[in-house]
Every structure is written in C-alpha cells, then in structure tokens.
Design a protein around this ligand. Structure first.
Ligand SMILES: O=C(O)C(=O)C[C@]1(C(=O)O)C=C[C@@H](O)C=C1
Length: 232
C-alpha cells in the first residue's frame, strides 16, 4: 500500500532555488526542513537569539498547522546554532513552544549558516495518527465493496472526530463570559480561512469546505449557547 504524500511551502526564497519544500508528510510521518529565522521577505528577523529561535519555531508551527497538526506532534527537533554560548536564549523559545509536549532534541554548534546574520536554524520531525492504515489505497480497490468499505471506514472516523470536537465546544462554554464571546466571530473568521487553506492542500474545493464548516459551526454555536445559558 503506497503512503499518501503531502508537501507544504512557507515561501522562503531558497525553497525554489534549492528545490525543497518546508514540510512533507509521508503517511504518519512529517519532516520539516531546516528552518531559518526570516520574515516574509526573506530577511533575518533580529540579532537576538531568543527572537530568532522563536521565529524558526513559528514557521515550523505554521507548516505543521497547514498539515492539520501542531507542535504537540513533534517527536524530534535539531537546533543548529552558530554561537552555542547563547544556548539559554535558544532554549527559552524551544521550551515555550514544546514545554507541554517535549520532543527529543539536539543542539549543535556549526561554523556558519547560509546568512552570517543567522544564529540558528531548526528542523523538526513529527508523527501523526495513521488512522487510514486499515483500508486499501483508492487505486488498489478491486471492486465497489472495497471502495464502499473504505468510504464507510473514513466516514465513521470523520463522524467520531466530530463527536470529539463537540466535547471541546461544550467545554468551551465555561470559559465564555457572554453570548458574543460564545459566538466568537473573529475566531470563526480565522478558522474558516485556515480550513480553506487545508482544503486546498488536500485538493478540495475551498468554497465547499467553508460552507460545510459554516453549517457545522452554526450547529456547534447553538449547542454551546444552550450550554452557556444553562450554566448561568
Ligand atoms: O473557539 C471558540 O471560541 C469556540 O467556542 C469553538 C467554536 C468552534 O466550533 O470551533 C464555536 C463557536 C465560535 O464561533 C468559534 C469556534
């Protein structure tokens, strides 16, 4: 059975030049390239070790989020630094990102990075649940029974995950202060944009997925409002 592959880019100037992607998911494994502390224009963000490490990790986190996961899935990081005496500054940023789910890590001093202003470059590996392992790849299905078995298996997982999501939405009610905060329109706007991006990464039509989420979240908002009102 072939492993599904997905790639994401962060738009760093070297990606096209060198021929690599920011992150790549192969089955349940995610590999994030060595990530430098640059802004959207490719400029090094600061001369400070903490800020540089923080920026590398922000870019890594965004790549993981584009793949539908986050820093909690990271199992290994490697920090390549040009001045090991600043290890505490680099470590502080690493601790902030991973403290709750610490991966294994390595920090080594190297003689130089691609730009002399860079003090650090970080790479990461993550592992995500391989739930699709029980079904045949679409191209390996021999008949409609294989196809429908796979579709049923996937839909059962999707619905089980929605049930799990519902638990979090209900639990959110106890942190809400009024009806407006239950509806959280700014969060909803951001969420929809992110899900459009995930849809595109997965080869799906963003408008369709946005509509699906609008319907779904409206249902969740109503349930959360009921919970919130009954707790007042
Ligand atoms: O994030 C929140 O504040 C939630 O209450 C959760 C949730 C959701 O279903 O994801 C529900 C209602 C809001 O419109 C935004 C998001």
């Amino acid at each position: 059975m072939t492993q599904p592959i997905q790639r994401v880019s962060s738009g760093a100037p070297w990606e096209a030049q060198v021929g690599y992607c920011r992150a790549m998911q192969v089955g349940d494994q995610i590999h994030v390239s060595g990530t430098a502390p640059v802004d959207a224009q490719g400029q090094v963000v600061s001369a400070d070790g903490y800020t540089q490490a923080h920026r590398c990790l922000e870019i890594i986190q965004a790549a993981l989020q584009d793949l539908g996961t986050d820093t909690h899935a990271v199992v290994r990081t490697r920090m390549f630094v040009t001045d090991i005496t600043q290890w505490q500054q680099f470590s502080q940023a690493h601790q902030e990102f991973f403290g709750a789910h610490p991966p294994v890590t390595t920090m080594v001093q190297v003689s130089a990075l691609i730009d002399p202003a860079m003090l650090i470059e970080i790479e990461a590996d993550a592992v995500v649940p391989a739930d699709s392992a029980a079904i045949l790849d679409a191209q390996d299905c021999r008949d409609m029974t294989d196809i429908r078995d796979a579709i049923d298996h996937l839909d059962a997982q999707v619905i089980a995950l929605l049930g799990q999501r519902f638990e979090y939405v209900k639990a959110a009610a106890k942190f809400k202060t009024d009806a407006h905060s239950v509806q959280a329109p700014e969060r909803l706007k951001k969420m929809l944009a992110q899900r459009r991006q995930w849809a595109e990464n997965a080869g799906l039509e963003p408008d369709v997925i946005e509509q699906l989420y609008c319907n779904l979240v409206q249902y969740f908002i109503n349930a959360e409002l009921d919970h919130w009102r009954s707790s007042q």
